[in-house]
Design a protein around this ligand. Structure first.
Ligand code: ZN
Length: 137
């Protein structure tokens, strides 16, 4: 989308300019960070609910790499306000947390169900523990 001055307009139709670095995604800096953070939140949820299979996780890893590159390019090329700098740092942090989450989701494959036997151990152990204190009464 282009306005009368031949400048690209943010996909969210705000007044902020779209820097050359973000032309491929068509967002201003602020809306780009918001969109990345929203995607990170969605992915955390998918991973927590175990809806993200290996193919989806690979797709997300690629997406995260591209976002991190774009962010780095914006951060190193543009003069940003303090507010936007803070926003970028927290977006980087979101991407790093998501990567960690993705890696731990991948490392606990195959996804094992807890065995039913494990649950019944706990009451037994508590009962045994209580018994040892009877001598103090
Ligand atoms: Zn915008």
């Amino acid at each position: 989308m282009v306005n009368s001055n031949n400048q690209q307009i943010c996909r969210c139709r705000c007044d902020a300019p779209v820097p050359a670095e973000l032309k491929p995604v068509g967002f201003c800096v602020s809306h780009f960070t918001l969109s990345v953070e929203r995607t990170c939140d969605e992915m955390h949820r998918e991973i927590a609910l175990r809806q993200a299979n290996a193919a989806r996780r690979a797709e997300v890893a690629t997406y995260m790499g591209e976002c991190a590159l774009l962010l780095a390019r914006v951060a190193s090329n543009l003069c940003l306000s303090d507010d936007l700098r803070r926003r970028m740092l927290s977006t980087f942090l979101s991407l790093m947390n998501l990567r960690e989450n993705l890696e731990s989701a991948a490392s606990c494959l195959p996804e094992l169900q807890p065995s039913e036997g494990a649950e019944t151990q706990l009451p037994l152990m508590i009962a045994k523990h209580d018994h040892t204190y009877e001598g103090y009464h």
